[in-house]
Design a protein around this ligand. Structure first.
Ligand SMILES: [Zn+2]
Length: 266
């Protein structure tokens, strides 16, 4: 038990600390934010988006994003959020944008409305539970849509985000090919599709972001792009991306990411 004298000393120290000039935070101007929001109306921006995660290599990718002062958008698959909660949490804490990519990666067009709703709602719920944040965007698996998916997205207050630049990372699994493909498809306010379960994508990322930055790009979340900050629920972004050949740019199989094992249960 503390003696009265020790308690008095502790109280005195606290008062001294509070009244020292260094502690007078209230009168000092707050320090400038380390990362100022990027204004994509003024500077060249690009959004890197990662589907099907949190993937096995998400941690390493997050390290790179942090080091390069970049923000990404993650379209999360509910079943992997469940098995890699800590990765999802870290994405949210470090200011990345979270989107819904269904729970089990089905072809939504083949499902009943009830099942579509279930896939999306379960994912909203598990992401909220793991990160404290509810996804604000939807990317349906394979980029496949129909009027029912759009209506349900609207009902759930989710704008739909597709992409206008692929990386074919899941197909080539080759660092140089991924690097070349992304740089070929890079354009101002472009939305690039990648996967954080592809090891080569995560490995090439420091080099790729350095090349993009050298070309003047700021790597930002989708909603920071020009014209994307107030997307309407159920609407499709980027404009013109709702084409039928998108599925060719995404992995065929939902089980492409290695099945989450108990050891991955972070
Ligand atoms: Zn996917």
């Amino acid at each position: 038990m503390k003696s009265p004298a020790r308690l008095l000393l502790a109280a005195t120290c606290t008062v001294a600390l509070l009244s020292s000039p260094g502690a007078a935070w209230g009168t000092n101007k707050p320090k400038a934010e380390k990362t100022k929001p990027v204004d994509c109306a003024k500077v060249k921006c690009i959004a890197l988006t990662f589907d099907d995660g949190p993937g096995k290599y998400a941690d390493k990718l997050l390290d790179t994003l942090k080091k390069t002062n970049s923000k990404a958008t993650f379209f999360l698959e509910g079943q992997y959020v469940k098995s890699r909660k800590a990765f999802a949490k870290r994405m949210a804490v470090e200011g990345h944008e979270l989107g819904n990519h269904s729970y089990t990666h089905p072809h939504l067009r083949d499902l009943s409305e009830e099942k579509i709703r279930e896939e999306l709602t379960r994912t909203q719920d598990i992401v909220k539970q793991a990160t404290g944040k509810t996804p604000t965007l939807l990317r349906p698996p394979y980029g496949e849509l129909d009027y029912r998916v759009q209506a349900i997205a609207k009902e759930m207050n989710l704008p739909i985000v597709l992409w206008n630049g692929g990386s074919r990372d899941w197909a080539t699994k080759n660092e140089k090919a991924i690097y070349d493909e992304v740089l070929k498809n890079a354009k101002r306010d472009g939305v690039i599709l990648m996967h954080d379960w592809v090891e080569q994508t995560v490995k090439v990322m420091p080099k790729l972001i350095a090349a993009l930055q050298k070309q003047g790009y700021h790597v930002v979340s989708v909603s920071s792009l020009r014209g994307a900050n107030k997307l309407e629920a159920g609407s499709i972004y980027p404009v013109g991306s709702e084409k039928d050949d998108l599925a060719a740019e995404t992995p065929d199989s939902p089980d492409a990411p290695e099945a989450a094992s108990p050891e991955d249960g972070l």
